[in-house]
Design a protein around this ligand. Structure first.
Ligand code: 5GP
Length: 242
């Protein structure tokens, strides 16, 4: 498949047209941002690591029957995906209180939740991605009630699959963000599943193995992404340079 002109450049990825009308080409960048772009940096090898980690999760979800946009890997940091029209709702699923939930409702970080919480956020940089409910999403015409229901259901399904899978790798899945879209009238999971979009904590030590290390200036950011790669694939990551 051939990569054609760029359609969109996001904070962590570039999306290109291809010579196949049903597919996009996604390139994962090493750029890292936090707090809606207020903090900027790069994480060495993040593009390659996130491409491989996301591929791993999309393949796992495909095996478990969760429709998603993954088509194939293209080299180290590129992926062919189904061309989706993305719904402008971010779906966050949480198992342990952390981040914005802890700030918002005063539960200290690390408090296990009695059941998984599903939240919707309006994907809108100029508004700082505000928390919304179903009614807000419907008034803004971001998604239909059926699509909102599917987002919630699929979010919980993905949570169950990933929780179980990651527990075997000694990883606590604290929370994560998903994005969905429509391809040929079919609802499916899109975007990425990586340490950029999930909170992963070591099951025994509680060590953070995700982008919070960048957000909170904790150091060893690349090492954390490499550790997730190693636990998932069972192999040590080697970049071209290392
Ligand atoms: P929080 O709302 O606590 O900041 O984030 C909850 C979870 O969703 C975290 O795992 C976080 O990584 C992910 N998340 C929420 N919004 C975004 C976003 O705009 N970009 C990225 N990369 N992750 C997000």
């Amino acid at each position: 498949m051939q990569r054609l002109e760029m359609l969109y450049e996001g904070k962590a990825k570039r999306v290109y047209k291809t010579d196949h009308p049903e597919c996009f080409w996604v390139e994962f960048k090493d750029d890292a941002t936090a707090f809606n772009g207020a903090k900027k940096g790069t994480i060495d090898n993040k593009g390659v690591l996130n491409t491989q980690i996301s591929t791993y999760f999309f393949k796992l979800l495909s095996e478990k029957g969760v429709p998603n946009h993954f088509v194939s890997l293209e080299g180290d940091r590129d992926m062919i995906v189904k061309a989706l029209k993305i719904l402008m709702v971010e779906v966050v699923v949480r198992n342990i209180s952390a981040g914005s939930l802890s700030k918002r409702i005063g539960l200290s970080e690390g408090t296990p939740l009695d059941f998984p919480i599903v939240e919707f956020y309006y994907k809108n940089d100029s508004l700082n991605d505000p928390l919304i409910n179903d009614d807000h999403a419907r008034v803004l015409k971001l998604a239909t009630p059926e699509q909102l229901q599917l987002m919630r259901q699929t979010g919980l399904q993905v949570n169950k699959i990933l929780l179980e899978h990651l527990s075997d790798k000694d990883i606590h899945l604290v929370d994560f963000k998903l994005e969905f879209g429509i391809h040929n009238g079919r609802f499916m999971l899109g975007d990425e599943i990586t340490p950029d979009t999930c909170r992963f904590w070591d099951k025994h030590t509680g060590e953070k193995l995700d982008k919070d290390r960048f957000r909170r200036d904790m150091g060893n950011v690349e090492e954390a992404y490499r550790e997730i790669y190693r636990r998932l694939t069972g192999t040590v990551f080697h970049s071209d340079e290392s």
